[in-house]
Design a protein. Sequence first.
Length: 337
Amino acid sequence: MTVHDLSVPTTVTVVDDEPAALEVLVRAARSWRYECQAAASAEQALELLEQRPTPIVVTDLRMPGRGGVWLVREVQRRWPEASIIVVTAGEDEHAVTECLNAGAHHYFLKPIKLDEFRHALEATLRTHLVQRQREGYRRYLEKTVRRQTRCIRRNFLSAIDSLVYTLEARDPSTKGHSLRVRDYALRLAREVGLDVRQRRSLSLAAKLHDIGKFGVPEAILNKAAPLTPEEFRQVQEHPVIGEKILRPVIRNTEILAAVRGHHERFDGGGYPDGLRGTQIPPLARLIAVADCFDALRTARPYREALSEVEAFHVIREGAGTCFDPNLAHTFLRANAL
């Protein structure tokens, strides 16, 4: 098997402070169709590599200046994909071990035997090409995964939209409620300075906040008369049901917490967990204001829709009890009321 494509020679950086040894290594490598750049010290080698990195570095260990061990470490730190061959005298066993631990791939001993040098070059190049092939395949897999993830996300979001439409079809009075809540919540989020990542999570959480109502009988959702205590208890289960529905497909804990907590009250009188104040997740506190406002502005089987002024009055009265007061007042201020 051909070790490398002869039409595209591999370039090698050769480092040795002994001119005769350096010339032997360079001549031999060139005779085997490698291109070479030569350095007489570790510092000079690093300057060459900064201008022209090479896939293989061959370095002597004992040199004036910082020496081969330092060079091995620097090459591995700056060009971790490079492969390194160490040339050493037999008495440098400890230094060889140090270099191998630092990332060198092969070594051979002085006095130089060209067949050993050639074997080390070929073995190192073979390893380098395999690693490069694996790295290319890894990048290909990562690109494929990113593409598939985007596709899955698009399909997931499309399925979510279908679920929301299906849910709201069960209760015609709430048609468009989830999307309106999302819009109100995002407007409030921008006012309080949530970053892009948080707004993205909020957008999905607000759209899905009532998904747990799939677990509530339609007869209860559409009931024109006041709910019995048992029926109201079933309605109170929908945040928990929503979290259970979403947990297998959504890993974002902020979104799950927002869905579960959007009916918590700032004074601790909400459900399902009776959280109080800042115990309530931030996104849930945002959705609570938006959800209540849209619910008040929408006609339900058991009541007429409130006017905008009346709905804002409820939000104002609920600041500090039902709602986070800062969010409630910001919501009112953003709407000039």
